[in-house]
Ligand binder design. Sequence first.
Ligand SMILES: [Zn+2]
Length: 629
Amino acid sequence: MMHEDGSQTSLTTGDEKCLTRRQMLKSFGAGAVAATIGASVPRAFASVGSLSTAHDDHASPIPEGWANQSVTPRAAAFNLTDVRLLEGPFRQAQERDGRYLLQLEPDRLLHNFRVNAGLTPKAPVYGGWESVQPWVDIRCHGHTLGHYLSACSLMFAATGDQRLRDAYLHTNNRMALDVLVKLSDWAIATTQKLSDAQFQRMLDTEHGGMNEVLADVYALTRESRFLALAEHFCHRALLDPLAQKRDTLDGLHSNTQIPKVIGFNRLYELTGQEDYRAASRFFWRTIVDNRTFATGGNADREHFFPPADFLQHLGSAKTMETCCTYNMLKLTRMLFALDPSATYADYYERALYNSILASQDPDSGMMTYFQPTRPGYLKLYCTPTDSFWCCTGSGMENHAKYGDSIYFHAANALYVNLFIPSTLAWREKGLTITQTTRFPEQDRTRLQLTTQKPVNLTVNVRHPSWCQAVTITVNGRRWAKSRQPGKYVAVNRVWHTGDIVEVHLPMTLRTEPLPGNANVVAILYGPIVLAGRLGRKGITPGADIIVNERTYGDVLNDEVDVPVLIGDSHEIVRKIKPSPESALMFDTTGIGHPRDVSLMPYYRVVHERYNLYWKLIKPGDVDRKLSRS
Ligand SMILES: [Zn+2]
C-alpha cells in the first residue's frame, strides 16, 4: 500500500499483493477522472453538496432528497450563508485564504484535465503535486482542483464575495449533478468485474472518501445502485474490528482511514445499520482519547503508531499531518449532529485553534503539511504555486469554513459551540444573534439577540471541559452558574429584541501529559496549547516556505537547546506567570533549566522555533546533573 509519503502498509495478511494506487487507477481506466481519485474525489462531490448552501440565501439547508435518511440527526449545522465572521483571528485567516484563492488561475488548475480530455491546455500547469513525480505517476496531479472548487464555493457561501462566483456557477447547477451521476455510474461499470476479494484488496490503497461520496450520490438520487456501491466501498478490514470495538490501527495510514470512517458514519445516517454507527463512534473515541497530541493532531509520518510509543515519536518533524485534523473535524461535526454532546465540541474547539488556525502563515497565507512535535523545530509552509500538497488543498477549505460549526440548531434549541465573533441569521425563527468576543484573549463572550417577534427557545451554551465554572447572565441578571464541565447550560425563555446573554468562562493554566508519559507535559491555558519560544536560529526570511513536504526534518536543523522544567505539574503551573507583553503570553519563573522560557499560543507561533512538550524533572535530579558536570 503506497502512501503520499512513499511508505507502504498493508491491511491484508499472507502474501496477497496489494494493488498500488497506480494499479487501482489503471484498473479504473484512469483518464481525466483519475486525477480526482484520492482526497479530492469527495471534494468534487462535496462541491455539489455545498451547493445547496451556496445556491441562494434562502435555500433549504438540506438538498432535495437529502432529508430522507434513516437516522434523523438531533442537531444540524446552519448554512455557511447564515453565519458571518466578525473581526478576529479566524476572519483574518479567512481573508488571507480568500486572497490566495483569487490569485490561483483556474486555467492552470484545469491544465491536466484538458490534457486528459485531449484538449489543448489554455495555461501552463502548476508545480509540485500538480506536475512532478511521483505524483504524476500515481495520477495525483489535478487533485487540487476539487479542493479549489470546494474552497471557492465555501468562501462564497461564507462571505458572499461574488469574486468567488465563477466556481459557484461552475458547480451550482444541474450539470454538476449529471456529471456526478455519470461519474458514479462509471465507477459501477469499471468495478463490476472485480471479485469481492479483489475489491477489498483495492481498498487497502488510499482512496479518499469513496464510500461517503457514493452514499451522498444515493442521498441525492435515491438510486439504490449507488448505495450498493457505497457499501461495497467499505473496507471490511477496518470496519469489522471497529464495529467490534477493537483498535487495530497501529501502523495504518491515518489519512486513509479517517475518510473511510466518515463514510461509515454517512452510511449509518442513510441506512441506520448499527455496525456503521459503532465503528465510527469507536474510531473517534480511540483517536481522540488514545492517539492524539494536545493540539488535536495525530500520527507520525502519516501513520498511527502504538499509543505506548508517543515518547519515541515526539522527536519527529513529521507528526500531525494537517489533513488528518481536517478530516477528524469533519467526522466530529457529523457525530455531533447525531449526538449533540459537548465532548465532540470540546475536541472541535481544541483542534480548530491549535491545529487549523495554527496551520496558516499569517504573512504569506500559506499552509503547513506536518505540524512537528520535534522540540526546537518550526512550522514549514507550502509555496503558492509549486507545492499543491494534499494539505494545501484541504487547507484552502479549512480557512473558508470557520463559520460552519460555531452554531448548531435543533427543533427549538440553539447550540452555541464556539466562542468566535460572528453573526447568525436564523431565518426560520426570525432571529439574529451577534456574538461579540475577544476570546481566547478574553474569558467571556456576549450574545445579542434581535427578533422579529418574541421567540420561545432554549439557547444551549457549551460549558467547556477546560473550565471549572461558567456563569451566565441574561440582561445583566445572573441566570445560571454551571459547575458541570463538558455539558451545556440551557437558557430557556422567551427572547425579545435587545436581549443580551453574557457568558463568563474563566481560563486557567494546566498541564496535560503526553499519552502514557506523566513526566512529559504540554501546557495549556483554557483550550489553547502554549508553545515555548526558542528563537529564530538559522531561519532566514522565506526559509520556512518549502516546495517539497518530504524535506520536513531535513532542513533548518540547527541545534537548539530545549529547557526542561523543574518540579511537578502543580508546581510548574504555579510558577508560570502572565507576561506583560500581551494577552495569552506567559513566562516560566525559576523552573526552567538551564533557563526560563516564554510561552505563547501555538496558533500564533510563526517563523520561530518552538517546543510543545516539556520534560519535568525533580529538583534533586538537577543537582546530581550539575555535580556530574
Ligand atoms: Zn495532507
